[in-house]
Every structure is written in C-alpha cells, then in structure tokens.
Design a protein around this ligand. Structure first.
Ligand SMILES: Cc1cc2nc3c(=O)[nH]c(=O)nc-3n(C[C@H](O)[C@H](O)[C@H](O)COP(=O)(O)OP(=O)(O)OC[C@H]3O[C@@H](n4cnc5c(N)ncnc54)[C@H](O)[C@@H]3O)c2cc1C
Length: 313
C-alpha cells in the first residue's frame, strides 16, 4: 500500500471547492498524493486538478458527466484495487455520504466521516471527529493494514492553489448500469440562497424576538452587503427556510465576517461557524458562549446596534 488517493468532486464541468480543500489536507498524509477525477470525459477536468502538492492525476473514464452514486462506488472500488492507497479522502458531502460508507463496508476498510482533523501515529491514522451532537470530540484509531477512508468536513482546510507538475494516469472502469441516473440540475428557489458561499453573514438568533423583525434584518443585511443566516430556532419556528440555518444540522460556513445578533452560541451552532474569519457577537448576556469564539463582541441590545447600523448604511 502506498500514498493517498483524493476523490475529486465536480459539477457542471467545474471542480467543487471541497476538492481543493482535500488536496490541502492530503499534504499531511502519506505521499504520493493522487487525485482521481471520475467522469465520462475526465480529461477536460484533469488540468484544473493539477494543483500544487498533487503528484498524480488519475483520469477515470466511467459513467456520464455528472455524479452518479453507483458509478462512483464501482469506480472508487476499482481505484482502491488498482492503487492500494494507505488513505482515501473524500468530502463529507451528500455525494460521498451516499457511496463511500458502502465501499468501506464492502471492502472491509477503516472508515470515519465528518472528520475535522487527523494525525498519523506509528503509521496508524487517527481521525478527529465529534460525537453526541458535537458535545464531545473524540479521536478514532483506524485499523492498520487496510486503507482508511476519511470523509473530511468541508471548509475546515484551506483551498490548495497553484499548479503542480503532476503525472497523468488513465483508468477506464466498467461500471454497472446505475440504479439512479442524473437527469438534470434544477435551480433552487430564489429564497434558498447559498449561505456557504457568502463572504459576509449577518446571522440572527432567537434574540430578535418576533417573526415581524425578520424583514428588518433582511433589509439591514442587504444594505450592508451581507447575506442573512439564522440559528435553528428561527427555522424551527418556520420564520426562515432551512437553507439559511448555520450549525451542526444546518450549513457549515466560513465567511470572512460573521456578525451574530442574539445568538447564544450553543455547541451545535458553533460547530457550523467557528472557523469564520472574523466573528463579531452582539448579545445582552455577557456570559453567552458565543463570546468564547468571537474576535469582537458587544454586550448590548441588538436593536440598538441595528438602529446605529441603519443610520450608517
Ligand atoms: C441535535 C441538535 C442539532 C442542532 N443543530 C443546530 C444547528 O444546526 N444550528 C443551531 O443554531 N442550533 C442547533 N441546535 C439547537 C441549539 O442547541 C440551540 O438551541 C440553538 O442554537 C439556540 O439558538 P439561539 O442562540 O438563537 O437561541 P438562544 O439560545 O435562546 O439564545 C438567544 C440569545 O439572544 C440573546 N438576546 C436576547 N435578547 C437580546 C437582545 N435584545 N439583544 C441582544 N441579545 C439578546 C440572549 O442573551 C441569548 O444568548 C441543535 C440542537 C440539537 C440537539
């Protein structure tokens, strides 16, 4: 066995950001680092995957242009058989969650999902992940002697950049006829914005008090050039769609600025935003846990702050 195999994610002919994050993470795993791109015509994506730190780009011809669960399962099994990697890394994404556990179970491999850190101790992979609703962080020892499959949490690692001088390998894989086929992408309703792509999030929690106040903060976010995100109670109350929710059961975000209004900072919320560039918290309770991760904070009524910001913008 040797090296690390990264399984690239792509959509509509573009690499997904998580792939570049996986390449960064792989720099701390056994070399060589190979990145596999699985597609009907993988050659067209191979150039964009030749990033700094990539030793080999494996173009796997299988399936169609877009992700299909059964195709990826068969292709990753074939890749593992062909390359015998020490570690296989994939994104902890809806795509990988569907097929990667099946690959690991079928081949008897080590497996850990939602991994946010790892180390290699005496040749053995030790993955860090959370348990019990993110209340406990634990280290998981993966068995040695078989490849370890790690699903890495998006946005934890920086994105690899630059261009490398990776070698190219080709592999054609015969896959079964998928039981579910990709037909087409359907645009999400306008309300369902992608809060994970925003540089600046104005995030509101139960502290805003009433549904009637949502509109005010939506307007304020717009004026400030921010995207509005929320804590879970706002979604549970039916005041905003779940696409706006930050946290363990919502989205993991990493904006440059995260401005939190009336959010206490429960572990499940922090799990989704604590990697943000600059965190600013506004809360009337000086003991609120959000201040534990905030770079700047104000123990002040959020409506007073909103009044002042509305004058500024
Ligand atoms: C399995 C599980 C998964 C979960 N997933 C998520 C998740 O993904 N995302 C998430 O957010 N939560 C999640 N939760 C819920 C989480 O535990 C908390 O209940 C939730 O985050 C609390 O939201 P909040 O901070 O808005 O509300 P609260 O905890 O009620 O905090 C409101 C805060 O507003 C402050 N405040 C009140 N009035 C004002 C004012 N006028 N000015 C300034 N500050 C004021 C208060 O001091 C308080 O700190 C999950 C829970 C479980 C069990």
């Amino acid at each position: 066995m040797s090296g690390t195999l990264v399984v690239a994610e792509h959509v509509e002919g573009r690499l997904r950001d998580v792939t570049r994050e996986l390449v960064t993470a792989a720099q701390d795993l056994p070399r060589p680092v190979a990145v596999a791109v699985i597609a009907g015509n993988p050659a067209s994506l191979a150039d964009s995957i030749d990033l700094e730190g990539v030793d080999d780009v494996v173009a796997v011809t299988a399936g169609g242009d877009e992700f299909e669960n059964d195709v990826y399962q068969d292709a990753v099994e074939a890749l593992i058989a062909a390359r015998q990697p020490d570690v296989v890394v994939l994104g902890f994404t809806v795509n990988s969650m569907g097929f990667a556990p099946a690959v690991a179970a079928k081949l008897g491999l080590g497996f850990a999902s939602d991994v946010f850190g790892f180390s290699i101790e005496s040749g053995q992979v030790v993955a860090r992940r959370s348990f019990y609703g993110a209340k406990v962080h634990a280290e998981v020892e993966l068995p040695s002697g078989v490849p370890a499959v790690l699903l890495l949490r998006p946005t934890v690692w920086a994105q690899a950049e630059g261009s490398g001088g990776a070698s190219r390998t080709e592999l054609a894989v015969e896959t079964r006829t998928p039981r579910a086929r990709h037909v087409r992408f359907v645009e999400a309703p306008v309300a369902d914005v992608d809060i994970t792509a925003a540089d600046f999030l104005l995030s509101i929690g139960r502290g805003i008090g009433d549904k009637e106040n949502i509109e005010r903060f939506q307007r304020l976010a717009e004026k400030m050039g921010a995207t509005l995100s929320v804590s879970r109670p706002i979604v549970d109350s039916g005041w905003m769609p779940s696409a706006r929710q930050v946290g363990q059961s919502g989205k993991t975000v990493k904006p440059k600025v995260y401005l939190a209004f009336g959010i206490s900072g429960a572990v499940q919320h922090l799990a989704g935003m604590k990697a943000s560039g600059t965190i600013i918290a506004v809360n009337t309770d000086p003991e609120a846990a959000i201040f534990g991760v905030a770079h700047y904070g104000g123990v002040v009524d959020l409506f007073d702050v909103a009044d002042e910001l509305e004058k500024l913008y």
